[in-house]
Ligand binder design. Structure first.
Ligand code: AMP
Length: 619
């Protein structure tokens, strides 16, 4: 099957040099925006403080309004259940992925006991991480508009190099929902390298280690930069290691020294918080001086640099272990690394720099502000995409997203707009009905969430899938876009190797005006589209849950009591009627009630069935 696509530039709307495209570092702890003035990247100051860093925290007021940043951070201790932090950790994740996180946060993550993506519950509303990230992005956008005195509608957003397709898509969607046309999702280490001027000259080649130690996460990425192309050779890290652990190590040292019991710390959140703040202060002071002293309540706290370094040495050792692993994966030696770049506030700690210098046998470059370097690099990438840097060639990209229709008429993008060509991407799907033999695959182009609003490029049917229960077949749909913009779509059932051979004959041409209109439409309708998508996704999930519950109740009649069957049937019926009449929040609430009730029943049934099987009676 072949479809011709008109590939021109990634930036389809008219972009005169005046058009400001911002670069956004959407971080786990802090976020910031940068743009270019007089050919230099600078950061945007937040409206409320003079800081460029906006804490990636949002708080829901009782009246449903939302505050973001420093103001929201104030509620972390007083209203943990309605103050959301670390949303980035939830992007594109299913509940199973984040269960480790659940114990350390004060807000409610919904467990539907399924593979579906997580939701966050505040009052009676359910939010996706994408919607929450969009609120942070809206606030950043508004700060930038305030400072630049113009509307901002285009952005480049950075993500960790290890983010998978779903996490990148969720970030892209968050941008769209915030009213931003996301021209590109850029890897954080790539942005940091750009900020250091690496890769701007196409004739230069570098191998770079980007060491990123933030508040709560650590990443090391090894990049190869050649012909203006940034290749991530390897990444390694620890998603739960950062400067916050340094603070905790100092707190533990003080509480032991002053015999402050764990019980006292638990009973006295104010003391806990004051000690945490003092520990962070000590850490920062000891980056420059040799001693630190302060008083918290009746305690005289002191720490010297040598003791501090002893406390954090094991943590830094862990990051060096990751560097060893990343180098091994990249098949490079330390001698082959041309440059070591520092990202993240915690790289200000002198011992971190010293250990890195020893390990790589070269002094790390710390000439830029490690908090800002990613956003500044994103601004440079944005400037390149705006066509403001004439010396840099824009690579060919696909102007609109390409994807297929999934259940409920939803568009599932497989190749995102602005992806470099050639490009290959694949995603796995399955069947929704027992014994399903055929799967129709409809290919669309465009940015809207519902396929009816996008352009259909063609469709074909994968036939003769061997009979299997719903959800068992593994159907890989691969999109291969070659350098000339020819798209080949292949569908293959991986268990049986059944592959499609049907061709789509549609030859495709679309004018720049039409493309620009489609993009504008997608931004204008983003909020409405996301709502529709969320409702359809809830309906799909609820339908799966009701079917599974019906099946479960029939199969386990002998194990369950009459009362259990009756209650579960009633809750299942309530879920079915909420699907017919309800809103997304009604469906989610009904689904939660059913899941809360039926999960213990499922465990009970499983125990009995395993017991029977062990006795050899039945399976
Ligand atoms: P980031 O996640 O990149 O914003 O990094 C935030 C982390 O950097 C927090 O743990 C801060 O306490 C830490 N940090 C910021 N400034 C310093 C400093 N001068 N010395 C040590 N750590 C710092």
């Amino acid at each position: 099957m072949k479809i011709s696509i008109n590939l021109k530039t990634g930036d389809v709307a008219d972009s005169t040099p005046k058009d400001i495209i911002v670069g956004i570092d959407l971080g786990t702890t802090n976020s910031l925006v940068a743009y270019i003035v007089n050919e230099q990247p600078v950061t945007v100051k937040s409206k409320y403080g003079q800081r460029s860093l906006t804490p990636s925290v949002l708080h829901f007021n009782e009246d449903g309004s939302i505050v973001v940043g420093d103001k929201a951070k104030d509620y972390l201790v007083s209203h943990p259940e309605r103050t959301i932090f670390s949303v980035k950790r939830l992007m594109g994740k299913s509940y199973a992925d984040v269960s480790k996180l659940n114990s350390s946060i004060g807000y409610e993550i919904i467990d539907q006991d399924t593979e579906s993506l997580v939701k966050i519950k505040v009052d009676n509303r359910f939010y996706t991480p994408t919607e929450l990230s969009a609120e942070i992005l809206k606030s950043l956008k508004s700060d930038a508009e305030h400072q630049l005195k113009t509307t901002i509608s285009k952005a480049v957003i950075t993500v960790p190099a290890y983010f998978n397709d779903a996490q990148r898509q969720a970030t892209r969607d968050a941008g769209k929902l915030a009213g931003l046309d996301v021209l590109r999702i850029v890897n954080e280490p790539t942005a940091a390298s750009l900020a250091y001027g690496l890769g701007l000259d196409k004739n230069e080649q570098y191998k770079v280690a980007v060491y990123d130690l933030g508040g709560g996460t650590f990443d090391i990425s090894i990049l190869q930069i050649e012909d203006g192309i940034f290749d991530v050779l390897s990444t390694h890290g620890d998603t739960f290691l950062g400067g916050d652990d340094f603070d905790r190590a100092i707190m533990a040292f003080w509480t032991e020294k002053h015999s402050i019991s764990i019980e006292k710390m638990q009973e006295d959140p104010a003391l806990n918080q004051a000690l945490r703040l003092a520990a962070e202060k000590a850490k920062m002071v000891l980056s420059k001086e040799n001693t630190f002293e302060t008083n918290v309540e009746q305690y005289q706290l002191a720490l010297d640099k040598a003791t501090f370094e002893n406390l954090i040495a094991p943590l830094i050792d862990k990051t060096i272990e990751s560097c060893i692993q990343a180098l091994k994966d990249s098949k490079l030696t330390t001698a082959e690394i041309d440059k070591v770049i520092l990202v993240g506030g915690s790289t200000r700690v002198p011992l971190v720099k010293q250990r890195l210098a020893e390990f790589f046998d070269k002094t790390p470059d710390d000439s830029m502000n490690p908090d800002e370097v990613v956003a500044l690099g994103a601004a440079i990438q944005a400037d390149i995409l705006a066509g403001n840097r004439k010396d840099i060639l824009l690579l060919d990209v696909t102007p609109l997203s390409l994807g297929i229709e999934t259940v409920g008429g939803l568009m599932d993008s497989i190749i995102a707009r602005n992806s470099k060509v050639p490009h290959r991407a694949a995603r796995q799907y399955t069947t929704s009905v027992d014994g399903q033999k055929n799967l129709r695959i409809s290919v669309f182009q465009g940015e809207r969430d519902l396929v009816v609003h996008n352009r259909k490029l063609g469709e074909f049917t994968l036939k003769n899938i061997p009979a299997m229960a719903a959800g068992i077949p593994k159907i890989e749909v691969a999109f291969i876009l070659d350098a000339d913009g020819i798209l080949t779509v292949r569908a293959k059932e991986l268990r049986s190797n059944v592959e499609t051979s049907v061709e789509i004959k549609s030859t495709y041409g679309i004018s720049e005006e039409e493309m620009a209109l489609m993009l504008i439409d997608s931004i204008k309708n983003a909020e409405e589209d996301v709502k529709k998508r969320a409702l359809l996704e809830s309906i799909n999930e609820a339908n799966n849950v009701t079917l599974a519950t019906d099946k479960f109740l029939i199969q386990n009649q002998a194990i369950l009591t009459a009362e259990e069957i009756e209650t579960a049937t009633l809750l299942n019926a309530a879920l079915k009627s909420s699907v017919k009449a309800g809103t997304k929040d009604d469906i989610e609430a009904a689904m939660k009630r059913l899941n809360d009730y039926s999960t213990p029943l499922a465990h009970k049934a499983l125990d009995v069935n395993i017991g029977e099987a062990l006795k050899g009676a039945k399976m």
